[in-house]
Design a protein around this ligand. Structure first.
Ligand code: GDP
Ligand code: MG
Length: 462
């Protein structure tokens, strides 16, 4: 049900606040009939000749995730978008006739439409057919899938930012009336209503920003606490539907929502995991990426994505069975660099290897010799992956001897949980241990470095 008012979304809140005189959103239980429109501008890898089909396949999946039935896809090659209607005049006419013949409810553009393009197209195609773009579609899906308070606020913010410049379009009929009538008391009615709506939306946007800022501060306090405790942090990132949540569940035995749909998980979930050698780490499942992720979403999900930035290790989960995996890897990498996370150590995890033939497996591994092949669903390769994580966690770690006084109970616990203990003994002054600690833990332990001869620097035995 595209562009419905999702439960407790910004739409509803706005209605309660009296700003709800937008177009009525359909709540029809039957799937809406959607026509997809893509333009091949020939300027990106995704849309170059022959590849535009992929683009629309993804848009189709998004539309289906949002409860629509795709009845037709249209693609036009253009050097640049037509300013007024995005697609050419002939194409618009074609679209109109398709809408009529196929009884379509909604037309979804793969690219972002400007507010005026959207308004113009709506005028030409005519009520009650909705014209929306990829951004609106993604925002709608996010609205349904946001589960936590913060997630909901983030989506609301993005939705309102999207709506603000489009308010005029929605009121164009009123503005029109006013210029035609234009006398006495009715003068300016439409415009002032528009201004009221804009003001209310703006006010709501700043309230949301403040609230999110507050949550963000609390989060940074929390993650600082985690930083101080020296836990090694792993973040799962990847294209939506790559199997991140399945992998988190497999690694930590939790039951995060897994679904064969786009954006099943929106809010980051963090779980603890004990590595075999005794070190505790945390693993965070994050929102799935997608090509052309709307920038306003990146902005409003900044704090969530900060979880990724704070990670020590990124596992880039890839659906190895997806024919477009290389493009997907690219899309994920570009979002990572957009959020300044490209410097973080990253291991590519080729998931869903159970779906590959021997030959395909070889081929994928040849293209990604450093990657870790696994099946999160069936469990193959998981031990190898854990070993790899442990190896990464141990990298840059220092072997040091420490004497932790008995009264430092917490620190002693941390030594056992966060370090690899090579040798230990309980002496008069406390716990005397030789440990392998990562950089953070080493810093924490520095004041307790044993001044005596170290207990030996032999390699670890576990
Ligand atoms: P996410 O969006 O990255 O969190 O992906 P999910 O964990 O929700 O998984 C998406 C879909 O892929 C689900 O239907 C999973 O059952 C399926 N899936 C995940 N891992 C594997 C795997 O290793 N093999 C196969 N065959 N399917 C998998
Ligand atoms: Mg997920």
């Amino acid at each position: 049900m595209i562009w419905r008012a999702p439960q407790r979304s910004s739409w509803q809140t706005l209605r309660e606040e009296g700003v709800g005189r937008f177009k009525p959103f359909s709540t029809a239980p039957v799937p809406e009939r959607a026509i997809l429109v893509g333009v091949d501008l020939g300027n990106s890898e995704w849309s170059c000749a022959g590849l535009n089909v992929i683009d629309l396949a993804e848009l189709a999946r998004l539309a289906e995730t949002d409860g629509a039935e795709v009845v037709l896809t249209m693609v036009q090659r253009l050097d640049s978008p037509v300013p007024k209607t995005f697609i050419g005049k002939g194409k618009v006419e074609e679209l109109c006739s398709y809408v009529k013949n196929l009884d379509a409810d909604v037309v979804i553009f793969d690219d972002e439409l400007t507010p005026s393009q959207q308004a113009n197209l709506e005028k030409i195609v005519g009520e009650p057919v909705k014209i929306i773009d990829r951004t609106a579609l993604i925002l709608d899906i996010f609205g349904v899938h946001a589960k936590t308070h913060e997630g909901r606020l983030q989506v609301q913010l993005a939705q309102l930012q999207y709506v603000l410049p489009r308010l005029r379009g929605m009121w164009s009929h009123l503005v029109g009336e006013q210029t035609r009538g234009g006398i006495g008391s009715r003068f300016g009615q439409g415009e002032s209503q528009l201004e009221v709506d804009r003001r209310l939306v703006r006010a709501r946007i700043s309230t949301l920003r403040r609230e999110l800022d507050r949550l963000d501060k609390r989060r940074s306090v929390q993650s600082k606490a985690r930083w101080d405790s020296g836990v090694y942090r792993v973040a799962l990132v990847g294209y939506t539907n790559a199997g991140k949540s399945t992998l988190l569940n497999r690694l930590t035995g939790s039951d995060v929502y897994v679904q064969d749909e786009l954006f099943a998980t929106l809010d980051p979930t963090t779980r603890a995991l004990d590595l075999e050698e005794g070190r505790k780490i945390t693993i965070t499942d994050t929102v799935g990426f997608i090509q052309k992720l709307p920038t306003m979403l990146i902005e409003s999900f900044k704090s969530t994505l900060a979880e990724v930035r704070a990670a020590d290790l990124i596992l880039l989960v890839v659906d190895a069975s997806d024919p477009h995996r290389e493009l997907e890897i690219e899309a994920v990498r570009s979002v990572l660099s957009e959020i300044d996370a490209s410097e973080i150590r990253c291991v590519t995890v080729l998931n869903k290897c159970d779906l590959l033939s021997e030959e395909e497996r070889r081929e994928v591994l040849l293209a990604h010799p450093e990657a870790q092949p696994i099946s999160a669903l069936e469990g193959q390769g998981i031990r190898g992956l854990l070993y790899r994580i442990a190896k990464e966690a141990a990298q840059g770690s220092v072997t040091m001897s420490v004497l932790v006084p008995y009264e430092k109970g917490l620190l002693m616990k941390m030594v056992h949980e966060r370090c690899q203990v090579i040798r230990e003994s309980y002496v008069q002054g406390g716990l005397l241990a030789t440990v392998k600690a990562d950089k953070r833990m080493a810093a924490t332990l520095e004041p307790y470095r044993a001044v005596d001869e170290p207990l030996g620097d032999e390699p670890h035995n576990g």
